[in-house]
Design a binder for this molecule. Structure first.
Ligand code: HEM
Length: 520
């Protein structure tokens, strides 16, 4: 009898527990999102109708048609008018709802923005520290960025940014050119070896992403020892694991749909953290005896933290670990894709390959690349801007409102997620004119906005106080690697290339980028 009442009591507790859990889930996934949606509607916003629990995801994940098309001689046809290819659903919804509307990722409402004037009005008066990042993305990308600069908010962001910004100063970047040369030269030696064995066709996307990973690892935390190499290998493995896991961000319990990948990413994350912690601790020990810090980003941050420590603003060891991961995940694929898309554009425009070679010859006649000469590569800078405009590696930016924001007679409520469609803005005919989809680097000759009618129409590195902190480093890497490629090879598009720019976290060529190389 006593046993019976004990099991009855246990069942009641279990039932109460399950009820509380269900109520919490109901509030979290139904009541709160609905309240947020109603608020947005009251604020004056509209959009496509969502369906519980996927929101608008079904339409967004509909299998994309392969857009590669071929001319009569079976050559792939390439159009730079890519918005409706990369984001077909946004292009469709724009037609019925305009350039600002609400859509749903699972149970999370998002405000879609493709209007720079709206963006300007929305962000005027909001400081970098007063923006949040959408909670769903913060949770999803926790293994990659932890509490690194990309994700932190408020006063914490101010403290991180304050310590990190000086590490990217020109004086500090100067020493990094040498760190870039070796991996890039190794890659090009490999290409030469392939050509010499009769294989001149190379998938440059894969090659450059790998090399850029090595460069960012070298410039972030060093690869001079076994531990640094191990971190690099594991970071790459983690990226592939996360990439292959379920991406239904915003859908309740979607994390549990790829348990194997999530467990693997978690384990890799712990191993990476342990390795980075031991690298940092070894460096701390050597700092006591050795007065000259290592000149990679970690060394610079540790030095900056040591100096700032006196003012109580230093980064903790745990935060240094997260920043190393942040630089790797935020910095290598983006830079690699800027280079990859540039090579596509230059393969289509051999006359620009020639122009850049002439410029390199004028600016660096002795072929010795050093930091002071890179700003002289002005045409190359314009080519970079034009490539970033047509094929922005970061195709969108995110924000979350931390207060009610008024834009004319509309109100964006506190807590609203925002998705800024950079691809749409960069391809907007109203902003850029009739030649919007043409490769014309000269549009950036006397105008840093590339002739765009709106000052917030060119956003490859984001906007406001949260703009990319690594943009000078990436420009430097871009110029070093492109100079090395152009002085050793000319190249054309392989007939096997299929043009299908896709949103795979960043903007990537879905089928890689095979080019045919000839040594000069
Ligand atoms: C072509 C290369 C790159 C592109 C296109 C790019 C793009 C971006 C974009 C769009 C943002 C978000 C800005 C915003 O929300 O307004 C960002 C932020 C950031 N990027 Fe980059 N990035 C590049 C290279 C790098 C490199 C090389 C590093 C570091 C080594 C880096 C580190 C960061 C960090 C830490 C942030 C967060 C800044 C903050 O929130 O304060 N990026 N980047």
């Amino acid at each position: 009898m006593a046993f019976f009442s004990l099991s009855q009591a246990f069942n009641s507790i279990l039932a109460a527990f399950l009820l509380i859990l269900s109520l919490r889930a109901l509030v979290l996934f139904w009541v709160s999102p609905l309240q947020a949606y109603r608020k947005l509607q009251r604020g004056g916003f509209r959009g496509p109708s969502p369906r519980f629990p996927l929101g608008n995801i079904e339409e967004m994940t509909k299998k994309k048609e392969d857009v590669s098309s071929f001319d009569s001689t079976h050559n792939t046809i390439i159009s730079h008018d890519i918005h409706s290819t990369v984001f077909p659903y946004f292009a469709r919804w724009q037609k019925s709802h305009g350039k600002v509307f609400i859509y749903w990722l699972g149970t999370e409402p998002f405000l879609y923005i493709a209007d720079p004037e709206f963006l300007k009005k929305m962000s005027t008066g909001v400081q970098g520290k007063s923006w949040g990042k959408p909670t769903v993305f913060r949770d999803d990308r926790q293994p990659m960025f932890g509490n690194g600069l990309v994700m932190v908010e408020g006063d914490e962001w101010v403290r991180h940014r304050h310590v990190i910004t000086p590490a990217f100063s020109p004086a500090n970047l100067k020493a990094m050119v040498d760190l870039m040369m070796e991996p890039a030269t190794k890659m090009l030696d490999g290409w030469m070896a392939m050509i010499n064995t009769g294989n001149p066709e190379i998938d440059v996307e894969r090659e450059i992403i790998e090399t850029a990973g090595e460069i960012i690892a070298k410039t972030s935390f060093g690869l001079g020892n076994q531990k640094g190499r191990k971190v690099f290998k594991k970071l790459r493995e983690m990226q592939i694991t996360l990439f292959n896991s379920n991406r239904y961000v915003g859908v309740p319990f979607s994390k549990f749909m790829s348990p194997k990948q999530n467990l693997k990413a978690k384990k890799l994350g712990e191993e990476i953290d342990d390795l980075l912690l031991s690298i940092i601790s070894a460096r701390k020990d050597s700092m006591v005896t050795d007065s000259a810090p290592q000149k990679d980003l970690l060394g610079l941050l540790m030095e900056e933290s040591r100096l700032d420590g006196r003012k109580g603003k230093s980064l903790t060891t745990r935060e240094l670990v997260d920043e190393c991961k942040t630089f790797f995940f935020g910095g290598h694929e983006t830079t690699a894709l800027a280079l990859t898309w540039t090579l596509l554009l230059l393969a289509l425009h051999p006359e620009w390959q020639e122009q850049l070679r002439e410029e390199i010859h004028e600016v660096i006649p002795d072929k010795t690349i050093d930091f002071t000469k890179l700003p002289g590569l002005k045409k190359m800078g314009r080519v970079m801007n034009e490539a970033l405009r047509l094929y922005s590696p970061a195709p969108n930016a995110h924000r979350q409102a931390r207060e009610d924001i008024k834009v004319d007679d509309l109100v964006i409520p506190d807590g609203t997620n925002m998705w800024i469609d950079v691809v749409a803005i960069h391809h907007d005919r109203d902003l850029w004119g009739e030649d919007v989809n043409e490769f014309r680097p000269e549009r950036f000759t006397d105008d840093i906005y590339g002739g765009c009618k709106h000052k917030m129409g060119f956003l490859p590195f984001g906007f406001g106080g949260r703009m990319c902190v690594g943009r000078n480093l990436s420009a430097m890497e871009y110029k070093v690697v492109l100079t090395l490629i152009l002085t050793r090879f000319s190249f054309s598009l392989s007939p096997t290339y299929r043009h299908s720019p896709s949103h795979l976290l960043s903007l990537r060529p879905q089928h890689g980028l095979p080019l045919v190389f000839r040594p000069l």
